[in-house]
Design a protein around this ligand. Structure first.
Ligand code: SAH
Length: 261
């Protein structure tokens, strides 16, 4: 089999250190007894080999035709489960009518978009174990009060428990990326629905982080706050000082203001 030629525009950096691939695969716990796992961007299958050692029902999706040809030759037993396509655009409802987990050494250029898609399917995605750019991994796992903490941290932390597992240096990839990497695990929490209007919650979080340095009183000006709530001390804070529960409270209060109009 001929090796896949790394393509920059597809974020292809192939992991060459097998012990790291093994550690990533070992981090997949099968939360809630789920055995179906989708690997995003298997490339030449370095992680796939270790995932297959676990008792997992593995599916692969890669956008690169050359990788798909390679994978079909390498894993004839997975032939029906190897999908050529763009993870961001693919409709998984037929492939995964029930719950599933996600694993992968993600294409770093689209990792945030991958997580927004995971959020759309959060009631089915029980666990995500992935490697991505270290800063993004830290951001997602970051607690409130940290400068890394942002929109994606709040959205994901609302529905997942997040652990930063370990860091990985550029030298173990071919070609080496310009950035350090980090591996994280997201485990679905018990929250089925937030205790507020969820659509409004997303708008409030986005609005709050729109200008991180402003107090919430300023950054949330476009929302209708009740006169009573306008003096609440939470509005003296900045978005990065609020955790999920604080944002839920804020959303509930803003909802009251909406009801008044
Ligand atoms: N898992 C492999 C390769 C990681 S590189 C390893 O660790 O060596 C990222 C992989 O994601 C590449 O194989 C690339 O082709 C694939 N990829 C890039 N964009 C994608 C997309 N939108 N959907 C699915 N796969 C994608």
């Amino acid at each position: 089999m001929q090796n896949v030629k790394p393509k920059k525009h597809l974020g292809q950096h192939f992991l060459t250190d097998l012990s790291i691939a093994e550690r990533i695969a070992a981090a997949v716990k099968g939360h809630e007894g789920v055995s179906k796992v989708l690997e995003i961007g298997p490339g030449m299958g370095v992680l796939t080999d270790f995932l297959l050692e676990g008792k997992l029902d593995l599916y692969l999706i890669d956008i690169d035709t050359e990788s798909i040809t390679y994978l079909n030759q390498k894993y004839p037993q997975l032939r029906d489960k190897i999908i050529e396509g763009d993870f961001l655009k693919y409709d998984f409802s037929a492939v995964f009518p029930e719950k599933y987990a996600i694993a992968g050494n993600f294409p770093y250029n689209i990792s945030s978009q991958i997580f927004f898609k995971v959020l759309e399917d959060k009631n089915k995605v029980t666990e995500v174990v992935c490697m991505l750019q270290k800063e993004v991994a830290q951001r997602i796992a970051s607690p409130k009060g940290n400068k890394d903490y942002g929109i994606l941290s709040v959205f994901l932390q609302a529905y997942y428990d997040i652990e930063y597992l370990f860091s990985v240096p550029p030298g173990v990839f071919n070609p080496p990326p310009k950035v350090n990497s980090g591996v994280i695990r997201l485990t679905r929490n018990q929250v089925e629905k937030l205790d507020c209007n969820e659509k409004l919650f997303f708008q409030v979080v986005k609005g709050g982080f729109g200008n991180r340095r402003k107090t919430l009183r300023n950054s949330l000006k476009s929302f209708n706050l009740t006169e009573e709530f306008k003096t609440h001390p939470i509005l003296d804070k900045r978005a990065e000082q609020l955790d999920v529960a604080d944002f839920v409270f804020l959303t509930q209060e803003i909802e009251k203001g909406r009801g008044a109009h």
